[in-house]
Design a protein around this ligand. Structure first.
Ligand code: SF4
Ligand code: FES
Length: 333
């Protein structure tokens, strides 16, 4: 075991734990942001540098500070290590610089992007971004590409975090896309624009931290904060069948994996659940999903809805196979 102090909070963690994992054990407020690391996928992390921290003391044996900020997702703790994240002004300034780099080519098209409201880069931009860009050159631009019939790739928005590549490599049975070229020419692409058509390919949508990979069955249907996320499940022979369904009225607009407080899915779901089960009768609705208080999705105090309401009563009727009463538009909640 190793004792590590992060932002003046001490925690004991197993040897081999990274600084990021140790910070997450303390809590989401202490944990550095992570745009490329994904705990459910191996060999992620090390690409984006948003998770940098200052190591003020290397260990009890060798207390010298580390000379430069280190990526917390790739640096393991040592006994007696002292780390600063939120409490280091230099780290906040360096992170602002990284956000500026990430935004060099990323278009500011949040008003028309389906990821708005649940975009890690948007959140990072609000916290660390500058008001204006200093970049004077043309941004990289690409045509939008259809990856199979359900996924749209907007390469303009991609930050090359590699999460989608690792997802396909590790949980589908044949990756047909990857990062082509390098440096300023690097881009996510399918080989000969082959469709990704295996049972778990839709998970690339959930792991993408920005709006580069979007669900074509949901695109432009609604702003995410106008929908009501519910936990739901069904018997599925391909995945656990535990999902979040995003409802508007009695309609399911989209189905996603259930995300935790760090924005990672609790378990990967199959394409049948994600793309084909859009009817309320396909699901057993468990109740409202708890949404992070900082998210715009909870802006209308959605998470405080505790007692059954009009919508839940109707969903329950549908689940029980009963007929719905007449709709009065004023009641529709
Ligand atoms: S498409 Fe999304 S998940 Fe894939 S590398 Fe780009 S930003 Fe990351
Ligand atoms: S999350 Fe650590 S480098 Fe991207």
């Amino acid at each position: 075991m190793a004792k590590v102090t992060i932002d003046d909070i001490e925690i004991e963690v197993p040897d081999g734990t990274t600084i990021l994992q140790a910070a997450r054990m303390i809590g989401a407020d202490v944990a550095p942001p992570a745009m490329c690391y994904y705990s459910k996928l191996a060999t992620t992390g090390g690409y984006c540098r948003t998770c940098i921290v200052k190591v003020e003391q290397g260990s009890t044996k060798d207390p010298r500070p580390m000379p430069k900020p280190v990526p917390s997702c790739r640096t393991t703790v040592m006994d007696g290590m002292v780390v600063r994240n939120n409490t280091s002004p230099e780290i906040q300034e360096a992170r602002a610089g990284i956000v500026e780099f990430l935004l060099i080519n990323h278009p500011l098209d949040c008003p028309v992007c389906d990821q708005a409201g649940e975009c890690d880069l948007q959140n990072l931009g609000y916290k660390h971004g500058a008001e204006a860009t200093r970049y004077e050159f043309d941004r990289r631009t690409f045509e939008q590409i259809d990856i199979g019939e359900n996924i749209k790739l907007h390469m303009n928005r991609c930050i090359l975090c590699y999460r989608c590549v690792k997802t396909c490599e590790q949980i589908t049975d044949g990756r047909v896309h990857g990062v082509l070229n390098r440096g300023d020419h690097a881009e996510i692409s399918t080989y000969i624009e082959q469709a990704i058509d295996n049972d778990f390919s839709g998970n690339v949508i959930d792991v993408c931290p920005v709006g580069a990979l979007t669900d074509k069955t949901f695109r432009f249907k609604s702003r995410v904060w106008f929908t009501k996320p519910m936990d739901a499940h069904r018997d599925c022979d391909k995945c656990e069948g535990k999902v979040a369904v995003w409802m508007k009225g009695n309609e399911i607009l989209r189905v996603t994996g259930r995300k935790d407080e760090f924005g990672e899915v609790e378990s990967f779901i199959c394409n049948t659940c994600r793309f084909e089960k859009k009817s309320v009768s396909d699901w057993t609705i468990e109740g409202p999903r708890k949404i992070n208080k900082k998210s715009v999705i909870s802006a209308n105090h959605y998470e405080e809805t505790k007692k059954p309401t009009y919508l839940y009563d109707r969903v329950q009727l549908l689940n029980d196979g009963k007929k719905l009463p007449e709709v009065n538009s004023k009641d529709n909640g």
